[in-house]
Unconditional design. Structure first.
Length: 450
């Protein structure tokens, strides 16, 4: 009995230590089993307390009356499946007649408290079936991306969502995106994760960094074109527009519109072309869009109109030609001048890190997801990297990118330098770099040796 007591004390102490220092390990070792037992035991009473049960049907009441039995109890949604994950539990529920998916969503906070979970979110899988994702601990406090992710061409994992799922940047589904955030909010880390995820893919990276290139030029070996000032950016964007027009000429010539070709094989964008003819897709990263829109004299105003016009054309027409925009900035409102709101309307994906005022959050979500505005302005200053991600469907999630140092991003780009395509239209803007020299893990972040 003494040895059993000692072992029990050691197990409890180990569980407490793991829960404090390594919540992910605690969840896998102890938390998942305890949470599943708690849900199974308390499920009926919790659903009843949360108002998620339905009264017995008339035929059940009639049957009970005929059989002289007690009145049957109200029934909660039926559990179709429950499975543990590395961050929590997933419950798939079959709704009873008269229930709605909104009822489950409205009660998610009460379910979180009742089941002693860290977070509960819901989504409708199909008519009458709702999936509850419960997280057992704060997955955004110390972001740990899963070892294996579902990567496909033009789809890269960039962050972790608060429900434990991976947040992907899918350029085929959402071609253009806007990323906002105040200084020291985590935009740069998010951008590094994006570049590091794109580096192993067959894609051309084009960068515009008007802060004299301090953010993107260290990653220059993986970029096919870079511009570090507004004048070079204007010329680069004009070259991209010309490249886009050339791609459309190629698609038009290879559409294969003949009587013996099925409609499904008619080319309408680069992804319908044969692999040997398909141009390489291009991702354009703009580090600080306000520097492209500000002007102080008539000459700079002409350059500004030229830049915004080119960006708007690329946003409106670039998807089918394989050109995708990633625009970052601290603010992106109408005060930047004409054409800005038209450009913003074309940016389907929205990501907002911590912002300094409500109007900045409205610039990101005011026209697509008003509920996300309040969530964006409530991000604490000590949680750098936490952001709100949404799209034009109105849905949004709280996400956080794993911390990636500039040296880690540089090393990733250097390992995949052989995948950097040489585009003739962008050749004048290709960064000039010397031979790569091996670097032992430096103590400070620096650009690759030239």
């Amino acid at each position: 009995m003494t040895w059993f007591t000692v072992a029990l004390v050691l197990v409890v102490a180990a569980a407490g230590l793991l829960r404090w220092r390594r919540p992910a390990w605690y969840w896998l070792a102890f938390g998942a089993v305890l949470a599943m037992l708690r849900v199974l035991v308390q499920y009926g009473s919790v659903m009843d307390a949360c108002g998620l049960t339905v009264p017995p049907s008339r035929w059940r009441l009639t049957l009970a009356r005929v059989a002289n039995r007690p009145v049957p109890e109200s029934r909660p949604p039926r559990i179709l499946r429950m499975r543990p994950t590395r961050t929590g539990l997933v419950l798939r529920l079959k709704l009873r007649p008269g229930q709605d998916a909104f009822d489950i969503a409205a009660a998610s906070d009460r379910l979180r408290h009742s089941f002693s979970m860290y977070g509960v979110t819901s989504r409708e899988v199909r008519s009458g079936v709702v999936e509850l994702r419960m997280t057992g601990y704060d997955v955004l406090k110390r972001v740990q991306m899963p070892a294996q992710t579902d990567t496909t061409p033009m789809r890269v994992p960039v962050a972790l969502r608060e429900d434990g799922a991976v947040h992907y940047r899918d350029y085929r589904a959402i071609p253009h995106a806007l990323t906002l955030g105040a200084t020291e909010s985590g935009k740069s880390v998010y951008q590094r994760n994006l570049v590091a995820g794109l580096a192993p893919l067959d894609v051309a990276l084009v960068g515009i960094d008007c802060k004299q290139g301090v953010e993107l030029f260290p990653l220059a070996r993986r970029f096919s074109a870079l511009a570090d000032n507004p004048d070079a950016a204007a010329d680069l964007l004009d070259a991209l527009v010309q490249h886009m027009e050339g791609v459309y000429h190629l698609i038009r010539a290879e559409q294969r519109i003949t009587a013996d070709v099925p409609d499904a094989e008619i080319a309408a964008d680069i992804w319908d072309l044969p692999a040997e003819l398909r141009p390489v897709p291009i991702v354009v990263l703009v580090d600080e869009v306000a520097e492209l829109a500000l002007f102080a004299n008539k000459e700079e105003e002409k350059r500004r109109d030229r830049i915004i016009t080119a960006l708007a054309r690329l946003a409106q027409l670039g998807r089918a030609s394989g050109i995708y925009l990633e625009i970052c900035g601290q603010r992106f409102g109408s005060e930047l001048g004409k054409g800005i709101t038209m450009l913003r309307a074309q940016l389907t994906g929205r990501t907002a890190h911590r912002v300094n005022d409500e109007s900045s959050a409205n610039m990101a979500f005011g026209d697509i997801a008003p509920d996300a505005v309040l969530a964006a302005i409530q991000i604490p200053a000590d949680m750098r990297g936490v952001a709100i991600a949404g799209d034009s469907t109105g849905g949004w999630h709280r996400i956080r990118a794993p911390h990636t140092s500039l040296r880690q991003a540089v090393n990733t780009c250097n390992r995949h330098v052989d995948r950097t395509p040489d585009l003739p239209a962008l050749a004048p803007f290709r960064p000039a770099l010397g031979h790569l020299k091996p670097v032992d893990a430096p103590a400070v972040e620096s650009s690759p040796a030239a």
